[in-house]
Structures are given as structure tokens and as C-alpha cells.
Write a protein that binds this ligand. Structure first.
Ligand SMILES: *[C@@H]1O[C@H](CO)[C@@H](O)[C@H](O)[C@H]1NC(C)=O
Length: 251
């Protein structure tokens, strides 16, 4: 009897400890700002990251396309490809709306980014993209170094081979300068969704711009993630809603 009782009480102790852990965990989840989890999911060595810049129409959409990919750590919209210094949204001069993609080359390659670039817009449309008309929506692959130029040129050739009826208008040029756009254009799709913003803890602007999670959810908000990732995030959010867990910290 005494033996049984001690097992029971031991079980109770374990249960209690587990409960305490869960409660502590919950308390932590609530109090600690999202910054902590960002650190945990960011690759440890930032210097391993590479940067690529593409123009493929409205940069709101471009950012959403790339932000959702596994291996993409950060996205920033801005202006590139022109000569005007310090361009602004209402006076961007000869620049194109662009997205800068910071990525971990161990998880995604420049070549794969090129595939996404080609499949995410109509490179044959002249003087615009979709409903957006104008030189600022032109298609450009910005390159850094001869290897990237070679890969870009080869991918353009492949794209042109798919159909000879029209010309692929995409330009390939070395990146000279990238001017980040005004804050209101960063993570634009996510900002249109107050529920998602709240779900990640209403990050201040600066953090929002640097957050990998925000980049992913920006793509999710625009429904531009690959189907598998879109579903995965759906499930995660439903789970959070069910549990009443207040903050989404990673997807
Ligand atoms: C080009 O690549 C080199 C080496 O990877 C890097 O150090 C440099 O910052 C890059 N330049 C731009 C403009 O991204």
C-alpha cells in the first residue's frame, strides 16, 4: 500500500511539475516580445546570408512573392535600376520598383530565386505588369558578379525558348544602388491585415521590416505562398485560435 501510495504521489509530483512548466511556458510566451523567437529562428551566422534584387512589377506584390520562401530571411522593397538619387514613391524617376531579398544560400540558391522570379510575373508584358502601367513596373534581374550574370542570362534564354511569339522584355544589369522605400510600403500586404499584425504581437515598424516571420506572413496575407506553406500557416493560425494562445512566434 505504502509503495502504491508513493507511486501515486510521485505521479502527482510529476504532473504538478509538468503543469508548472506549462504555466511558466505560457507566461513566458506572453511576456517575452517576439524578438527572442526571431533570434532563435534566424540563422546564427548573418554573414553567411546573400542578397539579391529583382524588379517584377508592383513591389508590394514582389515582396510577398519572395518573403514566403524557405531560406529567405528578410525582404525590403525599394527602388533600383535608375540614376535618380534618393528616389521616392511619388517621384522615383527612372528607377523600377524592386525587392531586395536576403537569403541563406544553404537553403535556397540564386538559381531557385530566378525560377521564382520567372514564374511570378509576365516577363513579356511591355511597359507594365498586370494592371500597373509604366516604366517603374519593368522586369529586371539585378546581378552581382559574373556568375550571377551568367545564371541570369541562361535563365532568360530558357524563358525565351518557351515561346518565340513574343519577346522577353526582362533586363539584366549589375546592381548599382538599392534605395529602400518608405516604411508604409514595407510589408504592405501584411499591414492590410490587422488580425495578422496582432497575431505576431504588433511589432514596431523597425522590427516588422527586419522580421523573417513578418516576411512570411506578408506572403501569406497576399496568398502568394507556395500551396504547401500557405496550408501550413493556415493550420498554425487555426491552432493558435483554438488554444487561445496569444502570439504567433514562428511558422
Ligand atoms: C556582392 O557580393 C559580394 C560577395 O558575395 C558581397 O560582399 C557584396 O556585398 C555584394 N554586393 C552587393 C551590392 O550586394
Amino acid at each position: 500500500m505504502a509503495f502504491e501510495r508513493s507511486i501515486v504521489s510521485q505521479r502527482r509530483q510529476w504532473t504538478l511539475m509538468l503543469l508548472m512548466l506549462v504555466v511558466a511556458g505560457r507566461a513566458l510566451c506572453i511576456r517575452i516580445p517576439d524578438r527572442i523567437s526571431e533570434k532563435a529562428t534566424d540563422p546564427p551566422a548573418n554573414q553567411l546570408l546573400k542578397t539579391a534584387v529583382f524588379a517584377l512589377g508592383s513591389f508590394w506584390r514582389s515582396e510577398a512573392v519572395f518573403g514566403c520562401l524557405n531560406g529567405v530571411v528578410r525582404t525590403t522593397v525599394g527602388y533600383a535600376g535608375g540614376s535618380k538619387t534618393n528616389p521616392e514613391y511619388r517621384s522615383l524617376g527612372d528607377h523600377a520598383e524592386s525587392v531586395q531579398v536576403e537569403y541563406d544560400p544553404r537553403l535556397i540558391t540564386f538559381r531557385q530565386l530566378l525560377d521564382v522570379f520567372w514564374s511570378s510575373h509576365d516577363s513579356r508584358q511591355v511597359f507594365g505588369q498586370g494592371p500597373d502601367v509604366g516604366n517603374q513596373y519593368r522586369s529586371i534581374i539585378f546581378t552581382n558578379g559574373t556568375e550571377e550574370s551568367r545564371l541570369a542570362a541562361a535563365s532568360k534564354e530558357r524563358e525565351q525558348t518557351k515561346s518565340k511569339i513574343s519577346i522577353v522584355t526582362t533586363q539584366i544589369q549589375p546592381l548599382e544602388a538599392f534605395y529602400p522605400a518608405e516604411p508604409e510600403h514595407q510589408k504592405f500586404e501584411l499591414k492590410r491585415n490587422p488580425f495578422l499584425l496582432q497575431l505576431i504581437g504588433n511589432l514596431p515598424e523597425e522590427e516588422l521590416e527586419r522580421s523573417s516571420l513578418a516576411a512570411k506572413l506578408n506572403g501569406y496575407a497576399a496568398e502568394l505562398c507556395p500551396v504547401r506553406i500557405q496550408k501550413q500557416i493556415d493550420a498554425k493560425i487555426n491552432d493558435i485560435i483554438k488554444k487561445g494562445w496569444p502570439i504567433l512566434r514562428e511558422v
